[in-house]
Design a protein around this ligand. Structure first.
Ligand code: AMP
Length: 487
């Protein structure tokens, strides 16, 4: 028996999502390629996944909870998704029992025919729109932002499908990279700020859209270019067409994609993520060098920055912590108590590299402080004489409302404590974070003007690039002040 909802009015408790999206058009084995692409994007979401294909006459869908390999590993599943066009979605979400109905792509039968959509990002006015749509008579089947887009498409008066989708997208705020499949072809687009990534690729005659280039590499496709912020690309039997239907806005790509989220072998917005992370480590070494014997990364997320730190400082790089790769990301665990266990399951100290040493420990970020506290204890227990923690990003002081799952502000260690207090809580001899200017230098752009940053860096600065309509409506002025004011 599956729980499918509550008897209560919708309380606005929508899902938080980190996701990977993929679309392919013009390939006889579209679904098999989509499954491989999603497998390469697994790091963007590990809880559930889906593929919708179109065979020229019918749409086919398979969606389930679990990892891509488990869901799409069987030939019979792929055989059930025939057609030359397919889109897919890998998702992370924090809900429990009623999850399956939220798994994307979402398919709907519109007046013009079927269309399925998959979305990465988070809308900041989804609840406001949803309330309006429900009052107007829309029946929602899920609690995802994406379904708001589906209803907006259905309500557009335009004749043309693409025009309807654009109409819908004009109403939404926040971060969205999305792909859709319909009878004529596929479509992909990015919000005008370009917060989340989306790239375009080619495999023989087929066109591909994917969150990251690692999803092109896995199928041997060639990287063509990034889909531009505010651009909509439509791919049908006549080839590719590009539209720019929105007023241009300054681009604000998510800087946290470089710090943590994207895979290091991906090219994002013209830059190799691995190289950026190494430069971040080098900046960190220049900003906060400390006498030590070894540089040790918290694997895997701290590895490239630790290499950069070691190269810049001239200290030896050692794998002082070994990660068990058969455990998912720590963040997948929903409750704090299980997250603690997750860290123990995931990492173990490598005594030989730590005993008797002064250790520089490098990780990408501190969110709640759970990982760092555990790792530091582990490193000390393995005989390190000093532990100096170096973090490859500025303090995470603000929640993300654009698709990276961060806890509410009150749970962010850096929102409550100074760096010195954090050092005491984590139990290190010294703690230093990369400065925001250092981070901008590492991605290759000096922060031109502090009033107008070139990236979305809200998690570090509280400078949110869009209105947060849902939050304003939900909380009112007083609590908003705590959520958004500078720490
Ligand atoms: P915490 O233990 O709460 O301080 O989380 C910090 C650890 O989680 C770091 O090792 C990061 O690599 C990782 N991390 C940071 N942000 C995220 C995120 N949005 N999703 C998953 N993991 C994250």
């Amino acid at each position: 028996m599956t729980e499918i909802g509550t008897g209560l009015p919708f309380d606005g408790d929508k899902l938080k999502e980190e996701c990977g999206i993929f679309a392919i058009h013009g390939h006889a084995e579209a679904a098999a390629h989509a499954a491989l692409g999603l497998h390469a994007l697994q790091h963007r979401g590990q809880e559930a996944a889906g593929i919708v294909s179109f065979d020229g006459e019918h749409f086919h869908s398979h969606r389930a909870v679990g990892l891509i390999g488990d869901i799409f590993g069987r030939k019979s599943v792929i055989d059930g998704l025939p057609g030359h066009a397919a889109i897919g979605h890998a998702r992370y979400a924090t809900t429990g029992a009623s999850m399956l109905r939220n798994v994307q792509p979402l398919f709907a039968d519109f007046a013009f025919g079927g269309l399925a959509v998959a979305h990465n990002g988070n809308l900041t006015n989804a609840m406001v729109l949803r309330r309006r749509l429900v009052e107007e008579g829309c029946l929602f089947q899920s609690t995802t932002d994406t379904e708001v887009i589906v209803h907006l498409i259905a309500r557009s008066r335009r004749q043309n499908i693409v025009a309807r989708v654009v109409d819908a997208l004009r109403e939404i705020d926040g971060a969205w990279s999305l792909v859709a499949v319909f009878a004529d072809g596929i479509l992909g687009g990015r919000d005008p700020l370009g917060v989340r990534p989306l790239v375009l690729g080619r495999l023989d005659e087929a066109w591909i859209l994917a969150s990251e280039t690692c999803a092109l590499d896995i199928i041997g496709a060639e990287f063509v270019r990034d889909v531009e912020p505010g651009e909509i690309v439509i791919i049908d039997r006549n080839g590719l067409k590009s539209l720019r239907p929105f007023a241009p806005r300054p681009h604000r790509f998510c800087i946290f994609e470089y710090v943590y989220f994207a895979r290091p072998d991906s090219m994002v917005e013209g830059r190799g993520v691995y190289e950026v992370r190494k430069r971040i480590g080098a900046e960190l070494a220049r900003e906060s060098a400390v006498p030590a014997d070894v540089v040790v990364p918290v694997p895997d997320s701290g590895v490239p920055a630790a290499i950069g730190y070691a190269q810049e400082s001239g200290l030896p790089f050692e794998l002082g912590i070994i990660r068990n790769h058969y455990v998912g990301r720590t963040f997948i665990e929903p409750s704090d108590s299980i997250r603690h266990l997750g860290v123990k399951l995931k990492h173990n100290a490598n005594r030989a590299s730590l005993a008797g040493k002064r250790v520089v420990l490098v990780d990408d970020s501190i969110v709640r402080g759970t990982t760092s506290t555990k790792i530091v204890n582990m490193v000390r227990a393995a005989g390190a004489t000093e532990v100096h923690m170096r973090i490859a990003s500025p303090p995470t002081t603000h929640s993300c409302f654009y698709g990276v799952d961060t806890p509410e502000r009150s749970k962010l260690l850096a929102a409550r404590h100074t760096v010195e207090e954090m050092a005491g809580i984590i139990g290190v001899d010294s703690l230093a974070f990369l400065s925001i200017d250092g981070l901008y230098r590492a991605v290759g752009e000096a922060r031109r003007d502090h009033a107008v940053p070139q990236y979305c860096d809200a998690c570090f600065t509280g400078d949110y690039p869009t209105r947060l309509a849902d939050l304003e409506g939900e909380l009112g002025g007083r609590q908003m002040t705590f959520l958004l004011e500078d720490a």
